[in-house]
Design a protein around this ligand. Structure first.
Ligand code: CP
Length: 309
């Protein structure tokens, strides 16, 4: 049986192309499963998974939980805001207490960059990074690429522009790694203050004119401005941001082709994207959410195959 080359899913930068192909092949199977009348398989009946969320989440938390339940795993959920973390407990103590309840896999979202890597070195469980600060969000990038593959047949050779707050985005970095691994061309577009200086070292071009960026691409992946990670002002006003970097139907109609619109959520409607674009025929935003369950089932299933029982 084919196996992943990694022991944990900590970031796309640790994966190779074969890993992504294997995850997508496995996700194809699970996508068929979750569209059956009985959307469940018994594959992980003997596996216990803890979802540890030290940062807010809607999509990722629900998607992981559903993926785990569709695989028949036992699931426990932890939310930092309602836990003893508030009383000063460390990450390692929190996780070791949970692991002593015989947990096999930990899915963790944490505000600190590298939290998943740190955990994988100190605890005896499979770790899946559900977003670590501004660093990586590997399952989001996998479901994004899976959705492009589903819509356009392949990721190879496609032109993808990531629009918005690149500086604070773990979705952007994981997408850049995943798309390039599959042979896509990637540009970023946004205010220069929200584009990291190291971006060219990743082989990514910068286009600060949104219309030119959209004319170039096959797919626009639109990101929200992450005000919660900003301690200074990066642009004069939201109104100006929307005028220069917001995607609206008039702008899309001015292009001489149709492009695919993506957004990882949460959406700030009327800021980075208008409602008519988000809800249009060219938007695959809800397909991304649907595919997230199948892709996460695949990741969990493949890592669980490595656990000695
Ligand atoms: N895309 C994403 O990570 O959304 P949540 O923050 O709601 O999980």
């Amino acid at each position: 049986m084919k196996q992943l080359s990694v022991d944990h899913l900590l970031g796309i930068k640790y994966l190779n192309k074969n890993d992504i192909d294997l995850i997508f092949e496995t996700a194809d199977h699970f996508k068929e499963v979750i569209n059956r009348p009985i959307k469940k398989v018994p594959s992980l009946r003997d596996i216990t998974i803890a979802n540890l969320f030290f940062e807010n989440s809607t999509r990722t938390k629900l998607s992981f939980e559903l993926a785990e339940k569709r695989l028949s795993a036992d699931v426990i959920n932890f939310s930092a805001s309602q836990s003893s973390v508030k009383k000063g407990e460390t990450l390692i103590d929190t996780v070791n207490n949970i692991l002593s309840m015989k947990v096999d896999i930990v899915v963790m979202r944490h505000p600190n960059v590298g939290a998943g890597v740190f955990l994988s070195k100190h605890v005896d469980a499979k770790i899946i990074n559900a977003g670590d600060g501004t660093h990586e969000h590997p399952t989001q990038a996998l479901l994004d690429s899976y959705s492009i593959r589903e819509k356009l047949g392949t990721v190879k050779g496609k032109k993808i522009v990531i629009v918005g707050d690149i500086l604070h985005s773990r979705v952007a970095l994981s997408n850049i790694f995943a798309l390039q691994l599959q042979g896509a061309k990637v540009k970023v577009c946004g205010p220069t203050t929200l584009i990291p200086k190291y971006i060219s070292s990743l082989g990514v071009e910068v286009e600060t004119n949104l219309k030119k960026a959209l004319e170039w691409c096959d797919v626009a992946n639109v990101l929200r401005v992450q005000h919660e990670r900003m301690d200074i002002k990066y642009f004069p006003s939201t109104r100006e941001y929307t005028q220069l970097f917001g995607i609206n139907q008039q702008l899309l109609d001015s292009l001489d082709k149709k492009i695919v619109i993506m957004h990882p959520g949460p959406i700030n409607r009327g800021v980075e994207i208008t409602s008519d674009v988000a809800d249009s025929q060219n938007s695959i935003i809800l397909n991304q959410v649907e595919n997230g369950v199948a892709v996460r089932m695949a990741v969990i299933y493949l890592l669980a195959q490595q656990i000695k029982r």
